[in-house]
Ligand binder design. Structure first.
Ligand code: NDP
Length: 434
């Protein structure tokens, strides 16, 4: 804490991971040697830079850009860019730290990184977003490359932003290094099923958790928070598995639709028209809109999928979910549950899928996008979806097995952290003290 003051989100992520590594550290002394833990929590580098741009009124604006290159033991740094006013060093470092073990869990050769800016794309014109992203890339390009560091999207960074970033990268570097960014549009090197991957992957993970208990998603009531990239495709996939999603949200409020949230409406409102979730009720008069997003967890459900942002479920919300009979919680977002909320779920026998396992589908398909770019091919939607599904099954099995092996059967927080850690730590030991 002294070394990284005022970085509460980073402290939270480190605490969750280090606490759950205790069983493996006790059994395998080599992981306590070689400065493994000390090196793991220290980023290889954190780059912070000025991003000046000109708004539509001709005013000069200045934002701050970040890229953390946390750990490259198993491959090039990989992790998204977040554009949101809350972005600071703590947020970027917690996300980058989590990303190390998440990427390891996918079974693919990718290290951990993350980046972004405190720029708020909301309410900005396309031209403003383009000028900002071009300025951002004019600095970022120095540090990235298809074998070095491969950014992607996250909150506030979707297909539009990735397109502008890629255009500016090519303009500066020349050539056509498609593998430098993932989440690209289909006509210029993107992968089919990438937009769907995180949301679909989270639901595939839930399916595995339930299957292990002889249960399924069929007929279950689901609450999904958020209505962005992850939430939209979690809503679609949950419905395809026979569940009924009754609520979703944005940062202003939530909608409850007893008939089941209409996926097409949410997709149109959020992806095409960039409107608020409150507009949903104009097209579905049977639904209700409530101001304020946190009360969404008061809706009784069998399955909760937090897909918006960090710390959106605290202990109180977790207790409410438990009282209302929740059976499974899977984190589509990064660190949406506080440490106290996770304790509530685990103590009450709720099946709990932690973010680094449950939402790893997005980065897994990003790595598949890199593979397709390298061999200059494009797989069909079905091929990518099938690979994604298998990766999520493997992540579940590896996490469940590690939990069992180290004496915490059913605890996927412990299992996912250990399964991800062992591979990274072994690679760090093999490569010496660097
Ligand atoms: P989007 O920007 O597409 O959507 C974010 C959603 O969350 C929006 O509905 C947004 O509402 C809401 N939201 C954002 N900030 C807050 C807040 N402070 N309080 C309440 N609601 C908020 O982002 P994504 O869907 O891509 O990302 C969502 C989460 O999933 C993040 O934690 C991200 O790190 C994680 N994730 C994303 C992956 C991906 O592939 N996209 C991969 C793995 C994890 P509003 O529109 O009002 O801001």
């Amino acid at each position: 804490c002294k070394r990284n003051p005022n970085e509460s989100e980073f402290h939270q992520a480190v605490k969750e991971i280090l606490d759950s590594l205790v069983p493996v550290l006790a059994k395998e002394p080599k992981y306590m040697e070689n400065g493994i833990l000390e090196r793991l929590v220290e980023p290889e580098r954190l780059i912070i830079f000025r991003v000046p741009w000109v708004d539509d009124q001709g005013n000069v604006r200045v934002n701050r850009g970040y890229r953390v290159q946390f750990n490259s033991a198993i491959g090039p740094y990989k992790g998204g860019l977040r554009f949101h006013p809350s972005v600071n060093s703590s947020i970027i470092k917690f996300l980058g730290f989590e990303q190390i073990l998440k990427n390891s869990l996918t079974g693919q050769p990718i290290g951990g990184g993350k980046g972004g800016s405190d720029f708020d794309p909301k309410g900005k014109s396309d031209a403003e977003v383009m000028r900002f992203t071009q300025s951002f890339m004019t600095e970022l390009y120095k540090y990235i490359g298809s074998d070095v560091d491969v950014p992607a999207g996250d909150i506030g960074v979707g297909a539009r932003e990735i397109g502008f970033l890629f255009g500016q990268y090519k303009r500066i570097r020349g050539g056509n290094e498609a593998g430098v960014l993932t989440g690209k549009g289909i006509p210029y090197g993107g992968s089919l099923a990438r937009p769907e991957a995180t949301g679909y992957g989270t639901v595939y993970f839930v399916n595995e958790m339930l299957k292990d208990k002889g249960d399924s998603l069929e007929g279950k009531t689901v609450v999904v928070s958020g209505s962005g990239n992850v939430a939209i495709y979690a809503i679609q996939k949950a419905a395809q598995f026979g569940a009924k999603v009754v609520a979703c949200s944005d940062s202003s409020g939530y909608v409850y639709d007893p008939e089941g949230i209409n996926f097409e409406t949410v997709q149109k409102l959020k992806e095409v028209e960039r409107k608020r979730i409150s507009d949903y009720v104009k097209e579905h008069p049977g639904a209700q809109y409530f101001e304020g997003c946190s009360n969404i967890w008061s809706i009784p459900c069998d399955i909760a999928l937090p897909c918006a942002t960090q710390n959106e479920i605290d202990a109180e919300a977790a207790q409410l979910l438990v009282r209302n009979g929740v059976k499974a919680v899977a984190e589509g977002a990064n660190m949406p549950s506080t440490l106290a909320a996770i304790d509530v779920f685990l103590e009450n026998g709720v099946l709990f899928g932690p973010a680094k396992a449950a939402n790893a589908g997005g980065v897994a398909v990003s790595a598949l996008e890199m593979s397709q770019n390298s061999i200059r091919t494009s797989w069909t939607f079905e091929e990518v979806d099938e690979k994604l599904h298998q990766i999520m099954i493997n992540i579940y099995n590896n996490s469940a097995q590690a939990a069992e092996q180290y004496g915490y059967p059913g605890n996927l927080v412990v299992g996912a952290n250990i399964a991800g850690f062992v591979k990274v730590a072994d690679a760090m030991i093999a490569q010496g003290v660097i």
